[in-house]
Every structure is written in structure tokens, then in C-alpha cells.
Write a protein that binds this ligand. Structure first.
Ligand code: ADP
Length: 448
């Protein structure tokens, strides 16, 4: 097992990982950019190092700077958090070449799952249900092309193999629009992801986004830790998440959980990961696997009592999982609201100084945040400033605790998405549970 972990990230997740390391008795190195130098939690680490200027390419996404910092501080492992370099196979390789442990899956797994076409093939081979689609070579001839996809049925969704973050997708309503939509998506994908390969899926009309958290060690043990529902999205970005996914037969979820376990064993996966599915009319369809810790991991921690980040660190250190599938029980219900420094109506980023910060507290309330009074929300980075998570014996209790929690949150000096969450939390259809991925945008359009 390693002794000193460098945390190659910022914000709430850097603090979350720091706490996990400290809980395991490991030493910590935190890195920061010049824009983040005054962040309060940096003082909690054993060592903190400024690695470069505010722009990501010079700091948090600069492999050379991170490796230099790791060498200089004698760290022997690197935790990448989420985003940034967390799913970058080359970085994982560079970390290993430098003689350090990358806290994440193998470069091979990162590479396969990072390419949505390769991931789809791997999952089809593992017997995973995927969205009906076509991922072969696309013929140049329009007629041949239309024939290839005719059995899928319109509308279709063109997806970039290298896409991510909700980008690189285009809906096609009919055959006439098909070839130009493919060319456009290819062009965009070439610019955005340096990879113009695209594939085609059936565009599902009213699915929910349901995902399964997995945890695997390097000794051939794989576990699934329950389901999450992340259907409340805007522009394919998650806004609010919950565990478990409400209203789905637990036996069906257990069946898909077991399939995820089998898929992990098939691809030799080690670490934490998430299988994302669309769920429509009682069926699950795999869409992608995230090969890292996710923003919404706390809702699963709250319902299972498992510290997912500590487990992730332990398995990366070669430890055998002490947990067994039988011992994992999901109980109660947890909800997470992502609080962003944004205008709650226009979603424009609203950076600035938080003059006074008061986080909610109380029974069943958890707040994961790096901010404090006087914190400057930088325009350089993601606008999420906190995650408020509530837990209850059932969904209603988790919801009412969230309403109370948000009513006590204060972020004076900036605008946040708290008012949006407060409206969502009293919206009747959401309160009933099980809304689809279009619900939030539909509701936002109706109310404006
Ligand atoms: P990304 O890697 O960009 O997050 P995903 O494949 O995970 O891309 O899809 C993001 C979101 O796009 C999903 O949560 C869902 O809302 C929507 N989506 C993806 N595939 C489909 C599909 N075949 N039909 C309808 N919506 C889809």
C-alpha cells in the first residue's frame, strides 16, 4: 500500500478525497492553480503545491506539472478525482511509468470505455443490453446508409465515439436528414474530441437515466452497490440525483446489477465505476461506462453506508475487498442537489466572492463543499460550489429534509441555483418520482 497520495484535482472532490485519505491514515499532497491558492482546505493537507496558472492546460490538466509535483513531494500515488485527467489513459500510463500508482482502472480499461464504440462492443460481448443501433463502418452511399439503419427506426441519435459531457450528439428525425446530420456530427467531433468516428443509436423518446455503481478489486471480486436515478438533466447535464432509482422493481435492478458485475469481470475492471443506462418501458439499455468516481457517489454512500472513495483507494493499493455482495444492503433514500454559482433562470455562470457562507446541517444532511466565507468563485472552472445531500428513511423524508436544508443555505454575494432546486423540490411530478430525462427541460420551458 502506498503512503502519500497526491490529489490531482480541485474543489469539493479534492477535499472529499483528502478526507478519505486521512481516514485511512495516508498522507496527502494537494495541488492548486494560482486562482485556487487561497482555498481554505489546502491547509488540511500535509503538503500543498501551486502547480501553475489558472487555465486548466497549465495546471490541473498538465500531466508534466502534476508528475513533477508528485516527485518533488514524494507522493507514491495519484488520485485524479473526476473530470480533468481522471479518464485519460495516457496520463494513467505516465503515472505508472513514473513508478506511482494511478488510483483508477488500468489504461486498457480507460481506453476501451473511453471510446463509446469500443465500449458498446465490449458490453454487447458481455451480454449487456444496449440501445438498438448501428456501430459499423458507415457507407458513403446515402441509399446504402439509409438501408443499414432502416431496421432501427427513426428518430435516431448520432453519437461521437469520443463524446462526453453531453456533447457530440445529434437527433435525426427522418431519412432525408440522415447523411447531413452524420457529416455535421463528424465535423464537430473532429474539432471537439480529435476523433471523428460516430455511431448511431435509436433515440429513445421518454427514458429515465438510471445507473449502477460498481466496485472491483484486483483479486477478481466485483460488487454492485445499488442504483441511482439521474434523470433530472439540463442539456444532458445532471442537476439532481437520487438513490435508489424510485419505482423500479428491485429484482430487475438486481438483475442488471449482476450483469454489471459480470461485465466488470469480463473486462478485468479494477476500481470504482458506473454503468449508465437508459430505462424505458421496463427495460434497461446500456449507454456508457464512467471509469472514475462520479459527482453523485454520495447518494450511494448514504444508502449503503460504504465509503466509496476509501474503498477505491484500498483496491488501487492492491487490497482485497472485505465487503461481500450479500452484505451490501441499500436502505432508505438519498437525494443530492448540485448547487452551482449560476443564475437560476438563465444558467449563466455567476462567479464572484461569497461574502458569507452558511451550509445547512442537521439530521440526515451532508454537505460536500470546498467553499467558505470569503471564497472567490473563479470564472475559470466549473460553477459547482457545493453538493447538498439528504438522507431519509424513505424518499418523502429525504425530500422534506432537502427542502429544509436548502431553506437554511446562505451564499451571500453570489447567485446560485438554490431557488431552482427549491422549485423542483415542490414540483408534483418530480415529487411523485420516476420522471424522464426531458422532464426538467419541459418544465423549464413551460414556466418561462
Ligand atoms: P455523455 O458521455 O456525453 O454524458 P451519454 O451517452 O452518457 O453521453 O448520454 C448523455 C445523456 O444523453 C443521457 O443521460 C441521456 O439523457 C441522453 N441520451 C444518450 N443516449 C440517448 C438515446 N439513445 N436516446 C435518448 N437519449 C439519449
Amino acid at each position: 500500500m502506498f503512503k502519500r497520495v497526491l490529489i490531482a484535482n480541485r474543489g469539493e472532490i479534492a477535499l472529499r478525497v483528502l478526507r478519505a485519505c486521512q481516514g485511512l491514515g495516508l498522507e496527502t499532497v494537494v495541488v492548486c492553480s494560482e486562482a485556487d491558492k487561497d482555498t481554505e482546505f489546502l491547509r488540511l493537507a500535509d503538503v500543498s503545491v501551486c502547480i501553475g496558472p489558472a487555465p486548466l492546460a497549465g495546471s490541473y490538466m498538465n500531466p508534466a506539472a502534476l508528475l513533477l509535483a508528485a516527485r518533488a513531494t514524494q507522493a507514491d500515488a495519484i488520485h485524479p478525482g473526476y473530470g480533468f485527467l481522471s479518464e485519460n489513459a495516457e496520463f494513467a500510463e505516465q503515472v505508472a511509468t513514473a513508478g506511482l500508482t494511478f488510483i483508477g482502472p488500468s489504461p486498457d480499461c480507460l481506453r476501451t470505455m473511453g471510446d463509446k464504440i469500443a465500449a458498446r462492443h465490449a458490453m454487447l460481448n458481455a451480454g449487456m443490453p444496449c440501445v438498438p443501433g448501428y456501430d459499423g463502418v458507415l457507407p458513403d452511399d446515402d441509399h446504402e446508409l439509409a438501408e443499414k439503419v432502416s431496421s432501427i427506426g427513426y428518430p435516431l441519435l448520432i453519437k461521437a465515439a469520443g463524446g462526453g459531457g453531453g456533447r457530440g450528439m445529434r437527433v435525426v428525425e427522418n431519412r432525408e436528414a440522415l447523411s447531413s446530420a452524420i457529416s455535421l456530427t463528424q465535423q464537430e467531433a473532429r474539432h471537439a474530441f480529435n476523433n471523428d468516428r460516430v455511431y448511431i443509436e435509436k433515440y429513445l423518446g421518454h427514458p429515465r437515466h438510471v445507473e449502477i455503481q460498481v466496485l472491483c478489486d484486483s483479486h477478481g471480486q466485483a460488487l454492485w452497490l445499488g442504483s441511482r436515478d439521474c434523470s433530472l438533466q439540463r442539456r444532458h447535464q445532471k442537476v439532481l440525483e437520487e438513490a435508489p432509482a424510485p419505482g423500479i422493481d428491485p429484482a430487475l435492478i438486481a438483475e442488471i446489477g449482476q450483469r454489471c458485475v459480470k461485465a466488470c469481470l469480463d473486462i478485468g475492471y479494477c476500481g470504482v465505476g458506473t454503468f449508465e443506462f437508459l430505462y424505458q418501458d421496463g427495460a434497461f439499455y446500456f449507454i456508457e461506462m464512467n471509469t472514475r468516481l462520479q459527482v453523485e457517489h454520495p447518494v450511494t454512500e448514504m444508502t449503503t453506508g460504504i465509503d466509496i472513495v476509501q474503498q477505491q483507494i484500498l483496491v488501487a493499493g492492491g487490497e482485497k475487498l472485505q465487503l461481500t455482495q450479500d452484505a451490501i444492503k441499500s436502505s432508505g433514500h438519498a437525494i443530492e442537489c448540485r448547487i452551482n454559482a449560476e443564475d437560476p433562470a438563465t444558467f449563466m455562470p455567476a462567479p464572484g466572492i461569497i461574502r458569507r457562507w452558511t451550509a445547512p446541517a442537521g439530521s440526515g444532511v451532508r454537505v460536500d463543499t470546498h467553499v467558505s466565507s470569503g471564497f472567490r468563485v473563479s470564472p475559470y472552472y466549473d460553477s459547482m460550489i457545493a453538493k447538498v445531500i439528504t438522507f431519509g428513511a424513505d424518499r418523502d423524508e429525504a425530500l422534506s429534509r432537502m427542502r429544509l436544508a436548502l431553506s437554511t443555505l446562505r451564499a451571500e454575494g453570489i447567485t446560485t441555483t438554490v431557488p431552482l432546486h427549491q422549485q423542483i423540490l415542490i414540483e408534483p411530478e418530480f415529487c411523485q418520482g420516476g420522471v424522464d430525462i426531458h422532464h426538467l427541460e419541459r418544465w423549464l420551458a413551460e414556466k418561462s
